[in-house]
Design a protein around this ligand. Sequence first.
Ligand SMILES: [Zn+2]
Length: 373
Amino acid sequence: MRFKEIIGQKELKTKLISLVNARRISHTQLFVGPQGSGNLALAVAFSQYINCLNPLEDDSCGECASCIKFEKLIHPDLHFTIPTISPIKKSNELAEEWREEFLKNPYLNDFDWLNTLDTKANKQGNITADECRDIIHRLALTSYEAKYKTQIIWQPELLVKEGNILLKLLEEPPVGTLIILVGSNTEKILPTILSRAQTIKIPKLLDEEISSALIQFHQCDYQKASDIARLSDGNYNMALSLLQSGHDGYFERYSVWMRCCFAGKVDELQKWVDEINETGREYVKNFMGYTSQMMRAAFIYKYGDAKLLRVNAEELAFITKFSAFINQDNLSAILQSLDEAVNQAERNANVKILFLNLSLYIGGQLKHAPKYA
Ligand SMILES: [Zn+2]
């Protein structure tokens, strides 16, 4: 994967390239950025650049023997450790499936990946102690041909106790080894791991970066690309999913839902739930993301700077009234319940039950907002 295949992140790419050219490559790095920012893709492009035999000023050549193997993820010195689910298969046994999924969508998240292993998966992915021992064993062997034998560990958040097995290796990897941990949330990574890695922070993508990629690579018209960019909030994986699953009627659906939640009219709510149940899981997940954005927008309208709002006129008109029911306490409770609902939807929970419970909960929270606030 070349840097030019990754959307946006111009400044960061320049920084990574200058680190290589100045030979200031830390042997253990943590690429951390929000979902859909391209953190994994950047880690792969960085490893390819370091190992390129004829590197250009701003990218790997894409043509040398090393690049050709890196582009297909078949270089014998490029290793991935990725989350798996039980019955446990190890990362190296899943190499072929992994290559296919990553090359199809380098912005994929862990649930996209775990879903390809088992569509009925209802489990949290993990990285086992056995995997960690494999990493140590693999990196102890000399490299075949690369300048830097590269080990990418995707989702170091999943390394809990097992992570301690790796501490010595992360502290001092064998000469000529590059370990890149790729994660999204430093708060969930063991402090002992964090302290051993040089952190490279990857920012969220800008709306313009997402919209121009949609126009360039997916023949989107300008309006549709801008709408999707705004809804995906810096997450290109979500933008691709919105492109596929559609995002029609979000606002209408959301405003009806909030009225149902607040009024507690069970008949209407039931009808609404039946309708959203027909839309498909991807639509449901993205719709919940949209709902979170609208909740935050109501809060910003009430307490913050309305100029920061990223809403259209129709949404603004709704928020103007709705914000009376949002305060700091119920906002965080509602956002948490929506996050949890997305997790459950990803784990194949029953959509109807999920939304009925969520509606009752949100309805209760909205009614708790003090009238004077
Ligand atoms: Zn090359």
